[in-house]
Design a protein around this ligand. Structure first.
Ligand SMILES: [Zn+2]
Length: 341
């Protein structure tokens, strides 16, 4: 019984923290009385669902209840767990100003609905719907409805705007996010990942249209970046005099590639993946043959080393300073020359 209430409490906490729950699994297996010994030994597995329709979370009102600390968060032990940060932005401390004094105002012509009396606040960062903290200059994937209906684009966040006095501003959320398109239609041959190039195309999008942040890396190969002993070594949190290698980026700082190998938000990122090279039959056979040959060689080396060890007997094992490694190397060389004959 205690376990039942404990599970229920965990489920409520999970739901109210914005987690999803599979409604098929809601029937508690404890409720079903096992009628035979066989059933008790093999409890039915929890039905997992691959259908998005079976996964539900709490509605907007219960989730809003969890913002900040209150009696409900106190009862559920979610006070110190942290407030729901989705949509929260951090004011950059620049006083509110008319649209034309913002970066967006310099990009776009004056917008009729906003007079000079309408003031805008700008922000240093915003927490996206997936929890990512997105700062100015961060590359993101955003929904872009106009030219690319239903599709997504890669872009850089340029400005996070709040209309002073708007409902969004009162709840600490942004009204608009200025994004600059970073085209990803050209693949880099070395990394086999999309190259990003910033375009003179800007859009004011809503908060919900910015889906996730993405990882971008400098195109070190094309710019011939090198390593240099520049990174200080820390010991016990103290900086030491030793330095270790760090990449020294040179060339164009905005020659970037989109890291499509990132695991988080793969559902959005994978759409930008560069397709793999399809191997022809000859190449495929050559790779398989080389892999099989290497595997056989490794096994030969292992069994030969064992045979040598067995022949040498127990006394050889005790001989000081007789490492097994050179022995294995010799066997590997022998097997290599034997194959060559
Ligand atoms: Zn570099």
């Amino acid at each position: 019984m205690n376990r039942y209430w404990e599970n229920l409490g965990n489920r409520i906490r999970h739901l109210l923290s914005g987690g999803l729950i599979n409604i098929l699994a809601l029937a508690d297996p404890q409720d079903a009385q096992p009628d035979t010994a066989t059933n008790a030994a093999n409890p039915p597995p929890t039905p997992f669902s691959f259908s998005a329709a079976d996964w539900h979370t709490a509605g907007a009102s219960p989730l809003n209840l969890m913002r900040g600390s209150n009696t409900a968060t106190h009862y559920l032990g979610l006070d110190e767990w942290g407030e729901l940060k989705t949509g929260r932005c951090t004011w950059d401390k620049v006083p509110a100003r008319p649209f034309e004094s913002t970066i967006s105002g310099r990009v776009f012509a004056p917008i009729a609905q906003w007079s000079t009396q309408t003031l805008f606040k700008t922000n240093a960062d915003v927490h996206l719907q997936n929890g990512d903290k997105c700062t100015i200059g961060q590359f993101v994937i955003a929904k872009h409805g106009d030219a690319n209906f239903g599709g997504t684009v890669t872009a850089r966040v340029e400005e996070i705007l709040q209309l002073q006095g708007s409902p969004s501003e009162r709840s600490g959320m942004p009204d608009f996010i200025l994004i600059r398109i970073a085209a990803s239609d050209h693949a880099d041959d070395i990394y086999r990942m999309p190259q990003l190039s910033l375009k003179n195309q800007y859009y004011l999008v809503e908060f919900k249209d910015v889906l996730c942040t993405v990882n971008v890396q400098h195109n070190c190969s094309a710019n011939s970046c090198t390593t240099a002993k520049t990174r200080p070594v820390f010991q016990e949190r103290e900086i030491t005099e030793s330095v270790r290698d760090a990449v020294h980026h040179v060339g164009a700082p905005f020659d970037l590639v989109l890291n499509t190998a990132q695991m988080r938000d793969a559902i959005h990122v994978q759409q930008f993946r560069v397709p793999c090279v399809v191997l022809d039959e000859v190449a495929e056979e050559r790779i398989i043959e080389a892999s099989v040959r290497r595997e056989i060689d490794v096994r030969k080396v292992r069994s030969a080393a064992k045979a040598v060890q067995a022949a040498a007997g127990g006394t050889a094992n005790k001989r000081a300073g007789a490492p097994a490694h050179p022995q294995r190397l010799r066997v590997l060389k022998e097997s290599g020359s034997a194959r060559g004959k």
